[in-house]
Design a protein around this ligand. Structure first.
Ligand SMILES: Cc1cc2nc3c(=O)[nH]c(=O)nc-3n(C[C@H](O)[C@H](O)[C@H](O)COP(=O)(O)OP(=O)(O)OC[C@H]3O[C@@H](n4cnc5c(N)ncnc54)[C@H](O)[C@@H]3O)c2cc1C
Length: 610
């Protein structure tokens, strides 16, 4: 059987910042350089306000001008654009190959390093809660290539530790399972049913599935009688109802639309059942399911396809630091800038506070410069035979120039043609065709989670809400950090949104674009209101009061989230070396995957013509 991985579902396959209000009740507003220690910032994170301003201006304004440029006279062996896992790994591999005395500068437009590998901290009444705001878990790291194993060893990541750090019994012991929350606005009545109606929950190791039979669960939904009958018909599966010869079935599933199958083969016309179906793939499908083929819908366990285990016993989805893959990013930064924190292993860094003042010291051989958006990269004299590359970046509103012998572009590939101004046309076109889907990962610091316990909620699919799922954070205790042990202790809940267009059936790229605008234009207050109504409607008022129990709220917006491959061989054409410039980022692997992102950093370093 083909091995399923969470990221198999999303593999292979730009917006003016709108008004961004300050958090009403929570968090701290951000500006460049605002925080000495960014992980503690709450409110709008991920693409925090201001992070994309210069990049968007660069991409959209035909007559973009960086204004007067300060020549810093700084010169580096290697400049890396993007301090995500790919860029940080590129710096690791460059040092390994060429020695620790080489001068490296890593530039990133955010106020924190790690890119999607984002750490969120919540301080709940003096209790430090650590969680992730993006890249979540290492997928099957045992199968990673030798260069990644060398990297793990070099930065002190011990994969075996996760065997015991991840508490597989947590959900079962507390009676927490997979459920569905139907909200009043969409379904007429706030209702919780102890059945997930899809496979999405299955990647959370140790989380039990439905507590009810299909029939019992359907009876409890707030759907009309007609809707209930249709939902049951979908759940019972209907591929046999297709009038297709067995030998033609596989081909048929790969070429026919999932929603056509629901409506025409299974006769579903109830808008609420179709609404459930549309939101049953979330980031496994990386799109609203009406744009999927039947096979794609089946593979991601959308409504109507029986739950199947996602991982086999040899590859559990447990390689998760309390701060997700930010744990790897921090270990890389510690390797590159040793003075940034105390600790010798990735585990020992889990609870460490990093001194961000150490990141960009000229005395260090590797420097990480945050709040710095690169807007122009070109070979000196605009010839790829030149022995220098010029880099312009914006910090605040001021442009700066630096020079480097080599550059690795570890940022979003679609942005590169706007930045590298001397690219050959065919390569620029190919890079411009790469896509990323928007995502929102919201993290909520709760004072207690008794309502989750009493209602048996480990995860709740929420087809009527902006966040299509909400779940208890992964039960991982590591490096002195202890996951919540009981319902009267503080904890973090995660809320995930895969936003789509309001309009059914639009092509993926258009849906991404529309959702991205909407996401960036929504003020924090609206997100807060949405979370209030979501949790308030789902959880019993006997045990939950939003104002009393929610201590902090962080909305991680990722306008450019999962890598989605452009057409044909555009990925391979786009990532070719160009003179002294090479291309990394997970986009260049067309995989929304941390290990692939780091492997691309390795490839980009090996391709540098020294
Ligand atoms: C919400 C979310 C959850 C995910 N979960 C997982 C998971 O569980 N497991 C997994 O394996 N993968 C996951 N991924 C996939 C994720 O993309 C990879 O794991 C990995 O973090 C990508 O690293 P990267 O360095 O390629 O890109 P990024 O993390 O995007 O880093 C690129 C950096 O370059 C910066 N940049 C862009 N343009 C410029 C510029 N002009 N100047 C300066 N800097 C620039 C970007 O802002 C960013 O900080 C997730 C992604 C998202 C968005």
């Amino acid at each position: 059987m083909k091995k399923l991985t969470r990221r198999n579902f999303v593999n292979g396959s730009a917006a003016a910042l709108g008004a961004t209000a300050l958090p009403l009740s929570f968090g701290s507003a951000l500006a460049s350089g605002a925080a000495a220690y960014p992980p503690v910032l709450t409110g709008l994170r991920g693409n925090h306000p201001g992070a994309n301003t210069h990049a968007h201006a660069r991409a959209w304004q035909k007559d973009f001008s960086a204004g007067s440029i300060i020549d810093t006279s700084e010169s580096y062996d290697l400049v890396i654009v993007g301090a995500g896992l790919s860029g940080l790994a590129a710096a690791f591999f460059y040092r390994q190959a060429h020695g620790p005395d080489k001068k490296i500068l890593i530039l990133d437009n955010h106020d924190d390093f790690g890119g999607h590998a984002k750490r969120n901290e919540h301080n709940v009444d003096g209790h430090q809660l650590i969680t992730y705001g993006g890249s979540q878990t290492l997928v099957e790291p045992q199968n990673a290539g030798p260069e990644i194993k060398t990297l793990f060893e070099g930065i002190g990541v011990d994969l075996k530790r996760f065997d015991t750090a991840f508490d597989l019994s947590f959900f079962g012991e507390h009676g927490l399972g997979a459920t569905t929350y139907f909200n009043e606005q969409t379904f007429g009545r706030n209702t919780l049913v102890r059945h997930p109606f899809c496979n999405y929950y299955n990647y959370i190791e140790g989380l039990p599935g439905a507590a009810l039979s299909d029939e019992q669960a359907v009876a409890q939904t707030p759907l009309s009688e007609r809707g209930k009958a249709q939902l049951l018909r979908v759940l019972k599966g209907g591929l046999q109802a297709l009038d297709v010869a067995p030998e033609d079935l596989a081909g048929y599933l790969e070429t026919h639309n999932y929603f056509d199958y629901l409506t025409q083969t299974l006769g579903v016309d109830d808008p609420q059942v179709l609404h459930m179906a549309r939101h049953s793939g979330i980031d496994w499908s990386n799109a609203s399911t009406e744009v999927l083929t039947i096979e794609e819908a089946r593979a991601c366990g959308a409504l109507g396809f029986a739950p199947v285990a996602v991982y086999d016993e040899d590859h559990p989805y447990i390689h998760h630091f309390p701060d997700g893959n930010a744990g790897v990013a921090r270990a890389l930064v510690k390797y590159l800038v040793p003075g940034v924190a105390e600790g010798t292993t990735a585990e020992s860094l889990v609870t460490a506070t990093f001194d961000y003042g150490q990141l960009d010291r000229s005395a260090n051989t590797t420097q990480i410069r945050l709040n710095s958006t690169v807007v122009d990269v070109h070979h000196a004299d605009n010839t790829s035979d030149a022995d220098q590359v010029l880099i312009h970046y914006m910090q605040d509103d001021q442009a700066h120039q630096i020079v480097a012998r080599h550059v690795v572009m570890a940022c979003y590939n679609a942005m590169i043609p706007h930045i590298v101004t001397d690219l050959p046309e065919q390569q620029a076109t190919a890079l411009g065709q790469q896509m990323k889907s928007p995502l929102i990962y919201t993290t909520v610091g709760l004072r207690q989670w008794r309502a989750f316990k009493e209602q048996g909620i480990g995860l709740a699919m929420s087809p009527g809400n902006l966040h299509q799922t909400v779940f208890m954070d992964f039960p991982v205790s590591l490096g002195g950090y202890r996951y919540t042990q009981g319902p009267d202790e503080p904890c973090v809940v995660q809320m995930i949104s895969c936003p789509y267009s309001e309009v059914l059936g639009k092509p993926r790229a258009e849906q991404y674009r529309e959702a991205r605008y909407q996401m960036l234009g929504t003020p924090f207050s609206a997100y807060e209101e949405e979370v209030r109504s979501h949790l308030g409607g789902m959880l019993s008022s006997d045990h939950f009061d939003f104002d009393r129990d929610v201590a902090s709220l962080t909305v991680n917006r990722w306008a450019h989230g999962y890598a989605v491959a452009g057409p044909g061989d555009s990925v391979a054409i786009g990532r070719q070396p160009h003179g002294r410039i090479t291309i990394a980022n997970s986009d260049s692997a067309s995989e929304a995957d941390a290990i692939a992102a780091m492997a691309m950093g390795y490839r980009a370093v090996t391709e540098l013509s020294l």
